[in-house]
Design a protein around this ligand. Structure first.
Ligand code: NOJ
Ligand code: CA
Length: 577
């Protein structure tokens, strides 16, 4: 591995969604042996680390973010041996490996929860069930509450996937028991009680279990959850742009103790292991508190992912996230896609016939379901924007995350039959929200077989659109103008250009160009080690712009992006400076 100390400060991390990457046994669901066959592809692409989305045993009611056993592998994905072999192969190829951990909630199939429910239902004591319910609380590890004699919903909290966060347990006769458990997400994902020291100790054990198997770090699911406000107060009506901590179940101060404990565990290892927080927290200064020196190393930069296609707004977001993280001497990460949001090519695609509002993101995270997914979109523009912003992201200082298929420029898939959809957001709302299945469709590796090379049988848990044939890896591989070629070139240049973090470990600053170029985001990364400075310019405006800078073209977002000093709309370029 070429960089060791603090490698996570300036790296490329590639997210593998195991269900949809590569299917070795042909059952239509991706698996760990399949991922192993693609390591040469990842190496050639030029990534430094892989982040594997959950691989644990699970009823798969939220695609594995409902964990039934934190120390094993879902049999459909493979075995513990398979994952150990994957870790070995990833390391042998000079890359690192992060896995997901889900501490806010378990699956309702987790033994702790099953036992908790079994107590009043199956207990063979002669005490009548009704009396036993009155004894509570009878669940030690999850959040069970009853009030008003156990008959009313504890408070007004809404779950992320729709409906209330409280689910009432039925007694053994099928009648409401008056006891409710908390689930911030799906009802199959009961929240854990992080005030319980046994929960904390158990999770430190989970960390060590995987660290001992050689993983280099964890992506922490819902790192802003875990602690709930004392007394479970009602959620106030929140204005747009509110501080997340105003919500009684997000970003509560009590959770930082947990991250200090976890940091202690990571630091027991040599080399120390790392964390990346999935924390949807605002304002940015509160988000940076997760990155204090004795807490987590990095966190996702979701304001950047949500940035509208607007140069002024994007610059503001880049600035305030860099400034907030600087307070804690923490690196910034950059992310434009993951398994929870629409593919960038679709998100950035203007709706045909509608005047673009640049103040809002077109096609934001669909968890809210408020976006018009049936509208016709200008995907050509969307794809050009996804490409050009990808190049711009890779010139920013810090670690960039790439979601599988982003390097192919895949778009969001909406043509999925309802009975094949799996996202609880779709199921809970009876399809009012389209959900996130459309960014989880299996990768097109070639344009020949029925499943586009996902496996050799043609089976696929979600259908791939015909339009993806032209986006398949085998097609893009031999096209010097493809998104894949662009991604490979950009990643390799990052490794060799000191200005972009190659060779050296310290992160060069970002210096904005202050000329007022309408709609253009333009910045310089100073040269180091005798290497040239690099300028990146991204045109988010509607018109071509003449750049007042000289310099040689290092890389451009496509063949027509930049010529004779003119940068086209929806295009970007790296120049020597
Ligand atoms: C965030 C994960 O990224 C998402 O996929 C999941 O549904 C929720 N956390 C709940 O675990
Ligand atoms: Ca399989």
């Amino acid at each position: 591995m070429q960089r060791t100390a603090d490698w996570w400060r300036e790296a490329i991390v590639y997210q593998v969604y195991p269900r949809s990457y590569a299917d070795a046994n042909g059952d239509g669901i991706g698996d760990i042996p399949g991922i192993r066959t693609r390591i040469p592809y990842l190496k050639e692409l030029g990534v430094d680390a892989i982040w594997l989305s959950p691989h644990y045993p699970s009823p798969m009611l939220d695609a594995g973010y409902d964990v039934a056993d934190y120390r094993n592998v879902w049999p459909t994905f493979g075995t513990l041996d398979d994952i150990e072999n994957l870790i070995t192969d990833v390391h042998a190829a000079g890359m690192r490996m992060l896995i997901d951990i889900v501490p806010n909630h378990t699956s309702w199939d987790h033994p702790w929860f099953r036992e908790a429910l079994a107590y009043p239902l199956d207990n063979d004591s002669s005490v009548p069930a009704k009396t036993r319910f009155a004894e509570g609380p009878w669940a030690k590890y999850h959040l069970l509450r009853g009030q008003d004699g156990g008959k009313s919903v504890p408070n007004n909290w809404d779950s992320v996937f729709g409906g209330p966060t409280w689910h009432e347990v039925m007694d053994h006769e099928g009648n409401p028991s008056g006891w409710w458990y908390l689930h911030i997400f799906d009802k199959s994902q009961p929240d854990l009680d992080w005030d319980n020291n046994e929960v904390r100790a158990e999770f430190r054990g989970h960390l060590r279990f995987w660290f001992d198997r050689g993983i280099d770090g964890f992506r922490i699911d819902v790192a802003h959850g875990l602690a709930k406000a004392d007394g479970y107060p009602d959620c106030p009506v929140l204005e747009e742009g509110h501080a997340t901590a105003q919500n009684p179940y997000w970003d509560q101060d009590g959770l930082h103790d947990v991250w200090r404990e976890w940091r202690g565990v990571a630091d027991e290892y040599e080399p120390a292991r790392v964390f990346v927080a999935e924390a949807w927290v605002q304002p940015a200064e509160r988000n940076a508190r997760y990155l204090r020196a004795d807490e987590l190393h990095t966190g996702f930069n979701f304001p950047y992912l949500r940035a509208p296609w607007n140069a002024t707004k994007m610059r503001e977001i880049i600035d305030f996230t860099l400034a907030a993280n600087k307070l804690e001497d923490a690196p910034t990460t950059w992310v434009l896609e993951n398994h929870d949001v629409w593919r960038a090519a679709t998100r950035y695609a203007p709706i045909v016939g509608r005047t673009e509002k640049t103040s809002t993101v077109s096609g934001d995270m669909d968890l809210g379901g408020e976006f018009d997914w049936k509208a016709e979109r200008d995907l050509e523009t969307g794809s050009a924007r996804a490409r050009s912003n990808f190049l711009s992201m890779l010139a920013l200082p810090g670690t960039a995350y790439i979601y599988q298929g982003q390097e192919l420029g895949l778009d969001e898939v909406f043509e999925i039959p309802s009975d094949m959809r799996q996202d609880p957001a779709f199921i809970t709302t009876n399809g009012v929200r389209v959900g996130r299945d459309g960014c989880r469709v299996p990768i097109p590796w070639n344009n020949e077989s029925d499943s586009l090379g996902f496996n050799s049988t043609g089976a696929s848990w979600l259908p791939q659109p015909d339009s993806w044939k032209k986006l398949a890896v085998s097609v893009q591989d031999v096209d010097e103008n493809s998104m894949l070629t662009l991604a490979r070139n950009a990643l390799h240049l990052r490794k060799t250009l000191a200005a972009l973090g190659g060779i050296t470990q310290d992160v060069a600053p970002l210096i904005w160009d202050n000329d007022s170029l309408d709609g253009v985001l333009s910045f310089v990364r100073p040269g180091r080690l005798g290497g040239s400075a690099i300028r990146c310019a991204l045109n988010l405006g509607a018109h071509a712009v003449t750049l007042p800078y000289g310099g040689d073209v290092v890389l451009a977002s496509d063949a027509l992006a930049f010529s004779d000093g003119i940068l086209n709309p929806n295009s970007s370029v790296w120049l020597t400076a």
